[in-house]
Design a protein around this ligand. Sequence first.
Ligand code: G3H
Ligand code: 13P
Ligand code: ZN
Length: 331
Amino acid sequence: ARITLRQLLDHAAENDYGLPAYNINNMEQGLAIMEAAHEVNAPVIIQASRGARNYANDIVLAKLIDALAELYPHIPVCMHQDHGNGPATCATAIQYGFTSVMMDGSLEEDAKTPASYEYNVDVTRRVTEMAHACGVSVEGELGVLGSLETGMGEAEDGHGFEGVLDHSQLLTDPDQAVDFVAATKVDALAIAMGTSHGAYKFTRKPDGDVLAMNVIEEIHRRLPNTHLVMHGSSSVPQDLQDIINAYGGEMPQTWGVPVEEIQRGIKHGVRKVNIDTDNRMAITGAIRKALIEKPGEFDPRYYLKPAKEAMKKLCMERYLQFGCEGQASKI
Ligand code: G3H
Ligand code: 13P
Ligand code: ZN
């Protein structure tokens, strides 16, 4: 059944767990998420970026989510707009049946330029008014995602900004967070503390200098009733890097967000954990392996089936690691 983000995250907060939010672009990813959730009885957040909506087509995506929810009627499913860049994106998501939208006002509508605080408050408040009138939840973002190692902020296409941002823009300010939540009435708040999107987050295993988990702890102390969201939370597992590289890939050595750091966040108010890159890597590793092992095969099911299974395995691991097991039937 469909459920809003608010309802899911309230339950997660009351029961001290966190929910991974997995990105979807196609049927195999949707089946992987739902099969994993079904096996461990976890509630589901599926999210689609603007890129995903363009890739899959809004109508196909909406009907795919309907089908997935119908297939597993006992699993609560929240369909969420990832990184909405303005009120129009959020409004059309609502028209297509999304039960939650992210208004990312940390960037201007071009999704490239860091926005002023005033712009962020204004646009997020307008989206919250509209979405709440429709019974839809809203996630806002305060602080710009980007690397504390390089000072490069991140545009939506994953490339760094021109020029280097200072530390204060890359870390959410706790005082401002208190003001932002009161002014916008968001249901969940995405914060910046050193993670970035994609595989190349850190050049070594991250410590407190480059991954500022203490910022989460401080914000949670100040806003104990606000659901926090960690973006850029893929762990970029070594075994997936190794599979990709063993079968013809070329990924330079890199580090993501260790699962134990996410678990620490979940102890301090993090309720939604955005993961896309790990699933992309699981899929790509499995496809590379399948194609190399049997170069004569050309039936897409030959490599898409192991790809789906590899993503399902990763999704299940995170459900278990974040404490979601058995929660679906308790909602
Ligand atoms: O926001 C980042 C997610 O990984 C979605 O990426 O915009 O390439 O679909 P995308
Ligand atoms: P990753 O690139 O770390 O998977 O982050 C995904 C994300 O934050 C989507 O909004
Ligand atoms: Zn994100």
